[in-house]
Design a protein around this ligand. Structure first.
Ligand code: UD1
Length: 451
């Protein structure tokens, strides 16, 4: 394929989001919207990337560079329009051969397919290709003025005549250029229009005036929806979740109540997994075949082995690995821990910074005391161990293979393999003492009543 430079425009202020977070960093499916765009551009085979960011948008720059470290990043200090924004990235296409595609950082659903279609049309002889769509309400969008297959001009809403405003085909903002064509036209874009901005869309008329071939292609509205306020963000999240649910069900996952299960952009699930209602997956979850996740679980950053069952009401986070046939029951929290095959923690436990050997049983109320207010420490438990209920394991501490910890113990010292650790006050029974206690209590009550 010809060289492809993708320029992602992300210098907008995003004021309608009413947020201290830059608009393009608001997540869809747990991933900042701009990262969806960068991923699509990379998947479409972009050989180079350029990012146009706003002033004081270091976080945006970092987010984009995380996916494309060798991208050309420029700051647009004054927001003078899309034509001006693309011109800021001129160094990236000043000498380039091949094609250039301009994308917006706030349209997360743009697909690699669409970018490839644009690139293919350029390879086939078009010099400019614009991606159009037919929105339910075209108000505010630039209109595509066409003659047959030819795109004659893009008229911005504010500059359009009444007749032009009747056109339903609109500009999505995604535009492809041959690099030499872009170089030719970009410097000639002026700003004598209703907004006083440099419109990238004027490139269409300029290219036509030069006798160049200008084409358009049409995609569904959903793919190019721009998210500039919280209600569009919510709608996009809904669409994203719906498509994830459908895809997982097609791939062999049972969702008892699909609408109440939320996935991340990177959730991976095997076959014959059953997910009960009200389960939320944060980023970084990989689930093997045959896993069951019961209701009301919050799960992120974990690899879950075959046949494991989780919940109801469990929380897993912070980088965890669960082996095969692990069982975690209600009110169990696991953070940054490795639980080997067959570990069971059926109820009420906190397992943090721990490694737990195969087939070990963790009793109800077990807590790994992993934090001293300053440092985090590890709890290492061997295989086939048995941790009695209501035990505190004060890290750093090691418990050997096959060891027993007696119920209610506070374990501060390492426990050898096959040993029994009892860390609690020894029980004492005082014969005949109960009546004395009762008499004393009754005397206190009588004294109070007599006052
Ligand atoms: C633009 C198009 C319009 C199209 C619409 C689709 C122009 C002149 N108009 O409208 O035809 O229908 O998108 O949503 O191109 N940006 C910058 N710097 C700027 C200006 C914009 O980086 O100086 C970025 C924004 O962050 C955003 C994108 O460009 O990602 C579009 O900007 P926006 O103001 O939303 O679009 P319009 O210019 O109104």
């Amino acid at each position: 394929m010809t060289d492809l430079l993708s320029i992602v425009l992300a210098a907008g202020e995003g004021t309608r989001m009413r947020s201290s977070l830059p608009k393009v960093l608001h997540p869809v499916g747990g991933l900042p919207m701009v990262s969806h765009v960068v991923r699509a551009a990379l998947a479409a085979g972009s050989s180079r990337m350029a990012f146009v960011v706003g002033p004081n948008h270091d976080a945006v720059r970092q987010q984009m560079l995380a996916l494309a470290a060798d991208a050309h990043v420029v700051e647009q200090t004054e927001r003078l329009g899309t034509g001006h924004a693309v011109r800021q990235a001129e160094a990236a296409f000043a000498t380039a051969a091949g094609n250039v595609v301009v994308l917006y950082g706030d349209t997360p659903f743009v697909s690699a397919d669409t970018i490839q279609t644009v690139a293919a049309r350029l390879d086939a002889g078009a010099e400019v290709v614009v991606v159009g769509f037919e929105p339910d309400d075209p108000t505010g969008y630039g209109r595509l003025l066409t003659e047959g297959d030819r795109l004659v001009a893009i008229r911005e809403h504010r500059d359009a005549s009444a007749a032009e405003r009747l056109v339903g085909l609109c500009n999505s903002g995604i535009m492809g250029f041959r690099a030499d064509t872009l170089r030719e036209v970009i410097g000639r874009i002026g700003n004598s229009n209703a907004k006083g901005e440099y419109y990238l869309t004027d490139a269409v008329e300029l290219a036509n005036a030069d006798g160049r071939k200008v084409e358009f292609t049409v995609v569904p509205e959903r793919e190019v929806m721009g998210l500039d306020d919280r209600s569009k963000l919510a709608r996009a999240e809904g669409l994203f979740q719906e498509s994830q649910r459908e895809a997982f069900m097609k791939a062999g996952v049972t969702l008892k109540d699909p609408a109440s299960v939320y996935f991340s952009w990177d959730t991976e699930i095997g076959q014959d997994v059953t997910i009960f209602p009200n389960v939320v997956f944060g980023p970084g979850v990989k689930i093997a075949n045959g896993v069951e996740i019961r209701a009301f679980c919050d799960i992120e950053d974990v690899v879950i082995g075959e046949g494991t069952s989780i919940g109801p009401f469990a929380r897993i986070r912070g980088g965890a690995t669960l082996g095969a046939n692990v069982h975690l029951g209600n009110f169990v929290e696991v953070k940054k821990s490795i639980l080997h095959d067959g570990v069971k923690a059926g109820h009420l436990a906190y397992l943090g910074d721990a490694e737990i050997g195969a087939a070990t049983n963790i009793g109800a109320g077990t807590i790994t005391a992993n934090y001293d207010g300053v440092n985090k420490s590890k709890t290492i438990i061997g295989e086939r161990a048995f941790i009695g209920t209501n035990s505190s394991l004060v890290a750093p501490v090691r418990i050997g293979d096959g060891a027993y910890v007696a119920t209610g113990s506070v374990v501060t010292k390492d426990v050898e393999a096959e040993a029994l650790a009892i860390g609690r006050v020894r029980q004492e029974n005082k014969q005949g003492y109960a009546p004395k206690l009762r008499a004393r209590a009754q005397a206190i009550k009588a004294a109070k009543a007599g006052k």
